[in-house]
Every structure is written in C-alpha cells, then in structure tokens.
Ligand binder design. Structure first.
Ligand SMILES: Nc1ncnc2c1ncn2[C@@H]1O[C@H](COP(=O)(O)OP(=O)(O)OP(=O)(O)O)[C@@H](O)[C@H]1O
Length: 709
C-alpha cells in the first residue's frame, strides 16, 4: 500500500453499492447490507480475508430509486459513455433519466466492524471509515460482488501530516477559503453545547485535522442531505470542495441563529439545545435527504402492544424497562434483536386471553364414545373428572396420567378431552428430553436463548387455558444440564403453578388455568415425586374382537379418507380384518393394524389412480353376479375386495395376479379382485347394484377361503 508517491489504496477494489448514505473520506458510517451482491462482498471478501488489504472496499452511492432497484449493473460499455475532460468526466451522449448509471466517484473505506443478524431478515451491519476518493475506471466483474479497477483521487498522506504543515502549502485563494471555512466551523461550535459528546468530538477534530480534510469531515458531521453530500463527494479539487461545503456550514449557522432567536422569545424551550435542534444527525439519511422516523414508529407501535397485552403489573414493568432500553439502542446492535424478540414474545403471550369452556357431560359422553371404542373404565373416569369440573370450575388438579402400552389411544383420548371442553389442544413430546431448559427455557444471557416448551406452547395456542398433553413422561432423561422431571414438578403442582417462572421470561406466568394430561407406557421410570402429583389411569390393551370393531369403526374409515378412497372402492370384510390381526400384527394397541390397513389402501390407491379398467372381468372372477344378470360390463366404478392368503397357498392358486407394490410394502399378499360394476346406462346403477356387489364379495371371499383351506 505504501510507495514513493504516498499511501496508495489497491487498484482493484470490491464495490459496495449503498442506498443508505454517502461515505466521505475521514468520516465513519454504519451501513446495513442486505442485497445479494453486497452480502456476498461481506461474506466472501471481508469475512474471509485475513490481510488489511482485504478490509478495504469502495463505497459507491447507489443513486437509483431503492424501490425500483434491480439486480443489473451498468456494464462496461455503459461506463464508456463517459469521456475525460481535464480533471472531470463528461457524458458523451445524452443519457436518459432512467438509464442505470453507476456513480463514478466513490470513497475507499476500511471496514472496521462487521455485525451479522438474522432479524428482521438476514443482513450485515458494516462500520466503514472513509479513506479517500476514487474513480471507477472499469468494471472487472459483477458477480458474486462488483470488482472494479479504480483510480485514487485523494492523497492519503493528508491524514498523517500535521495540521500546520498541511496548511503551509496552500495557495492564496485556497488559504483564504480554508480560513473562512475554519472560522465558520468555530462559529458553529460556539453556538452549541460542548457537553454533548458529538460537539466535543467536532471541536477536537477541528483542531487536530489538516484544513484540507475539513470539508469532508464537517459535511459528514453536520446535518446535510445526501444530495449535498454527493456534491461534496463529486468535488475532486480541494477548492471546489471548500466552495461546496461552506454554504452548508453557513446554512447551519443561519438556522441556529434563527432557532436561538425564537428561543429567546419563548424561554421555556431554552433547555432544548444541541442534537435535537438539528445540527448533528443521529444517523444517515436516505438519498432524498429525508430523515426516517421508522424507528420511532416501530417503538411506539411496540409500546402500544405492550400496554394492550393485558399483562400483570410485574410483567408490564419489565416490558417497559426493556422498551426504554430498546429505544436507546441502534438497530444494528446485536442486543437490539434479542430485546426485540423478548418484547415480541411478551406481547404475544396470552396473559389474560382464554377460551370459554362449553362443557356438557352428555355431549362429552357421546363425543368420547364416538371417538373411541371400548376403553370403558378410562372413559368413565374422564367423565367423572369433567363432571366435577362442570360443577366446580376452579378445580385444582388432579393431573390425569394415562398409562398403557403403545397405540391404545392415550394421546387420542387427550385430544378428545380438549374437544369436549372446547379448549385448544397442545401436545408436548417429552420423550428423550434431558435438559431442564427444555421445560424452563434458557436465561436470556445465553447465546440463542429460547423460552421453554410450556411458554412456547402457550404462545402457539394463544390462550391461557389450553389442554396440554405431556406425552411420554416416562421417557424423560437426566443429564448434566439438569433434570427436566424436577422442572416439571413446579408445572404440575396446582399449588405452585400459578407463578411458574420461565428463565427466558424471568417473570411469573399463571399456569393454573392450563389442563395438564400426561401419558406414559409405564410408571416404573416416572420419578416418584412426579408420579405422586398425578392420578394414574391404566389403559389396558384390546381383545381381538375389540380391535376388529375399532378397525371397522375408526381405522378403516380414517385410512380411506386419508388415501382419498371411498368405501365403494375398497371394502375389507370383517374376516379379513381378523386375519390381518391374528396373522400380521402382534400388539396390545392398534397402531400396527392401522399401518397394515394403510398399506392396503396405498396398493388400492395405485390401482385406482392408474384408472384400472377391467374389460374381461371373467379373468378375475369366474362368476360375477353382474354377468349372471346378463349385463354388458363396463368400468363405471371399481369395487375391490381384498383377500388375505398365506404366500404358499396364493402362489399355487392365484399365480400371476400379484400387486408388486403391495408385496414390497408389507408381507401380506393381497388379491385384488377388480370387478367392474355393470350397467348399460349410468342411471341404472343404484342400491340394487350395491347389494349385488356385497353379495358378490361374500361369494368371492368364501370361494377364496375354500381354496386356501
Ligand atoms: N379405542 C380406540 N378407538 C378408536 N381409535 C383408537 C382407539 N385406540 C387407539 N386408537 C387409534 O390408534 C391410534 C394410536 O393411538 P394413540 O396415538 O393415541 O396411542 P398412544 O396410546 O398414545 O400410543 P403411544 O403410547 O405410543 O403414544 C390413533 O390413530 C387412535 O385414533
């Protein structure tokens, strides 16, 4: 970087195209970067580079309207539309207003800080200190980021040369200009409050910096529009720069004088000096020079939400305190996103939002009976529990815990209870949880901290009286990160849970309205203290007959619906279900049976989706009732009968009619008999046809069974 001609910037610079503000040499500006090209520049150049050179980038003001900005850049030949005239560049041809012209002059800067954040969308925040002006000679590449050949315009030595020496070399006119400028700056300072940090900094810089750097530094510090800053950036010659910046300074002085005059007339406003009076901007402007008030609006909206969330006093106090901190933070600060997320969660939580219970014991009984076959003991206890709730709404406990083998319907009973009460349902799977922060959340000081599952669940359902199903409490683990079962003790204890404190929230949340139901496969592994807080209800396995009934009442209709089939397309006789249960499932519950039925449905779905047409049904069915009726066969609708046969018998009797997909999925062998329902005219199909079909199926079934035996 150093040569005989002074300090040099690299001749090839990656360019950051910025809508946000204008970087002038000697100033430090924070840029928020979110466009794809600029993001690539940060991730591939700034974050990967290890040398000082790799931290130097060129900042080019993007003068295009941000709303209509596209991804395309002006190409090389477009840049060649310009020609050099003396020290300046002129356009060869008249360029239309909308023509995408890349700004030719920019500021090389050194990236002193890079902060990444994912909120509200992925972006980087760059703190860049301007070094010197450059002019883009040619664009070398456009992707992944813009790389350009540049020509350095300012000397970098001026910042290292002491103020007095720099001033000595100036010619007369320039000396006069710089003197005027310095005096104006001192006059401005005299009108400001020195206790304000930015004013004090301005004073320090004024005395220590060489005079030729003052126009850039002052223009970037005082309140100027981006258009004005661009004029200063464009002024390559020092004289022109002074000429452009001086009016800005005098404008500020005039403005302040006017303000002081009005204050004298209205002494109440005397205290309000400095920054708010508009001399120094808090942050950079957009290209139109309008200062955005978005931040303020956002904070005001959030404050409104905080007040409208109906939270208890303690929570409200914490929120207001956090909100106050948030207002003082710059958006680019990593903590801003954390505080913002916290406040968002606090306002989203259902502090006082609940659903109204619509409990009718008769309706509850019907609903439970409709949803579940058998399970009489369990249903009776659940109804007792609901009846007591109906009589005494503020019932504290007990917490019901359904214990039984897998697939006996514990979870689905929990869901039914929520439905009967008209409450929101939320399932919290506790299997394998071995960190207590899963239940209680992380403290906010941790990186990536989150609330626990209870608070998350409440946020999801949006009411404070849902039914929470704590699934698989017997499978809670223990680790160095604490014992989640111990954390659950507070949650499940009706005497304590009105002030449950999640570590992330750090304020108490009332869980007393939440109805907790737990499920487990065994009580052996449930910690005694936890078991003691629950009333255990055993859910035994089902008998063969019960399973057949469950299959026909619930599982088959459910599976048909899930696979988009109609009962006309697939009919599974009771005997077949019995066969499936006794030969292909060995379980206490009905989950495996449900899977087998699902497999049959899938196989049939393939056939139906293929638009399976059987023109010669006699191939499949030796004697079809429709043929017996002497009707012409057509494939107006499909009726499929599934018969289950052991493989050996199947091969000997029904060779060649195997549905491969079905065979691969299960070890069942299904013989699909596709029977075209006959009918010369569509209108003639009716209930008589349905009964013919079922009669036919019975015939078919018995014929196949007789062949197997
Ligand atoms: N008596 C029943 N009536 C109707 N369907 C039932 C019955 N028992 C179980 N099922 C059905 O069986 C399936 C499995 O039930 P569920 O998931 O509730 O079992 P579970 O006991 O919670 O199992 P796990 O202990 O493995 O969590 C569900 O689709 C459910 O609807």
């Amino acid at each position: 970087m150093t040569s005989d001609g002074g300090i040099k910037i690299p001749s090839r610079l990656p360019l950051l195209l910025s809508h946000e503000g204008v970087l002038l040499p000697g100033s430090t500006v924070r840029f928020s970067v979110d466009s794809p090209r600029n993001m690539q520049l940060v991730s591939q150049r700034l974050l990967r580079g290890t040398s000082l050179k790799s931290t130097i980038i060129g900042v080019i003001p993007n003068t295009r309207d941000p709303e209509h900005d596209t991804d395309d850049l002006p190409t090389l030949h477009k840049l060649e539309c310009f020609e050099r005239v003396g020290n300046d560049w002129r356009c060869r041809a008249k360029i239309p207003h909308t023509y995408p012209v890349l700004y030719r002059i920019g500021t090389a800067g050194i990236a002193v800080q890079v902060v990444g954040s994912n909120w509200p969308k992925p972006h980087y925040s760059l703190l860049i200190t301007g070094l010197c002006r450059f002019r883009v000679s040619s664009l070398l590449k456009e992707r992944p980021f813009v790389l350009a050949e540049v020509e350095q315009l300012d000397k970098l030595d001026q910042y290292t040369t002491p103020a007095t020496e720099g001033a000595a070399a100036e010619d007369e006119e320039l000396g006069e200009l710089s003197k005027k400028f310095y005096q104006a700056a001192v006059q401005l300072l005299g009108m400001l409050d020195m206790s304000v940090p930015v004013v004090a900094k301005f004073r320090r810089l004024l005395d220590s910096l060489p005079r030729e750097t003052l126009p850039d530094v002052v223009a970037s510090m005082i309140r100027t529009s981006n258009k004005e800053k661009l004029q200063v950036l464009d002024a390559v010659s020092l004289e022109e720069r002074f000429k452009k910046a001086l009016p800005m300074l005098t404008k500020q002085i005039e403005g302040l004088k006017l303000l002081q005059k009005t204050r004298k007339m209205n002494p109440d406003n005397e205290k309000r000096v400095t920054n708010k009076s508009g001399v120094f901007p808090g942050r950079q402007f957009n290209l139109d020079g309008e200062d955005e008030e978005e931040d303020g609006d956002d904070a005001v909206a959030l404050e409104k939400k905080v007040h409208g969330a109906n939270m208890p006093d303690a929570a409200l106090r914490v929120c207001l305190k956090e909100l106050k901190r948030l207002k003082k933070m710059p958006q680019s600060m990593p903590e801003y996103a954390l505080t913002r997320n916290y406040l968002d969660l606090m306002v989203e939580l259902p502090w006082s939002k609940s659903t109204k219970d619509c409990l009718d014991i008769r309706a509850a009984r019907t609903l439970l009976d409709n949803d579940h076959y058998a399970m009489d003991k369990l249903k009776r206890r659940v109804l007792e529990y609901l009846a007591v709730r109906q009589l005494k709404t503020s019932l504290k406990g007990p917490i019901l815990c359904f214990v039984g083998p897998p697939g006996v319907g514990k979870t689905s009973v929990g869901r039914s209870i929520a439905r009967t009460l008209g409450r929101e349902f939320h399932r919290i799977a506790l299997g394998g949880v071995c960190d207590q922060s899963d239940i209680r959340g992380h403290r906010r000081t941790y990186v990536g901290s989150m609330p626990g599952r209870i608070i998350n669940g409440l946020k999801t359902v949006g009411v404070n009286n849902p039914v929470f199903l704590l699934d698989e409490v017997d499978k809670l683990g223990k680790s160095l990160q604490g014992d989640p079962a111990a954390a659950l003790l507070e949650v499940l204890d009706p005497e304590q849970n009105h002030s449950f404190t999640d570590h992330y929230l750090n304020v108490a949340f009332d869980l007393s309205q939440v109805l907790f139901i737990a499920t487990a496969n065994t009580t052996a592994t449930i910690p005694p203290a936890l078991l003691d807080r629950m009333e255990v209800l055993q859910v035994p396995g089902y008998t063969q007959e019960e399973r057949v009934e469950i299959a026909h009442r619930h599982l088959i209709p459910n599976q048909l619906e899930q696979h988009g089939l109609t009962p006309q397309q697939l009919h599974i006789p009771q005997e077949t279900t019995q066969d499936i249960i006794s030969r292909y499932t060995r379980e206490a519950g009905v989950r495996s049976l449900e899977r087998k039925i699902g497999a049959i449905c899938r196989a049939v779905a393939v056939k139906v989706a293929e638009g399976h047409r059987v023109t010669k049904t006699e191939d499949l069915i030796p004697e079809s009732p429709t043929q017996q009726g002497g009707k012409t066969l057509s494939s107006l609708s499909l009726c499929v009968t599934v018969l289950i046969l052991p493989p050996a018998i199947y091969t000997s009797t029904y060779n060649g009619r195997v549905i491969r997909e079905f065979l691969q999925m299960t070890r069942l062998i299904a013989v699909l008999k596709v029977c075209s329902v006959a009918g010369e005219k569509e209108g003639r199909q009716g209930s008589s046809q349905g009964s013919a079909d079922s009669a036919y199926q019975t015939v078919r079934h018995s014929s196949v069974i007789s062949q197997t035996s």
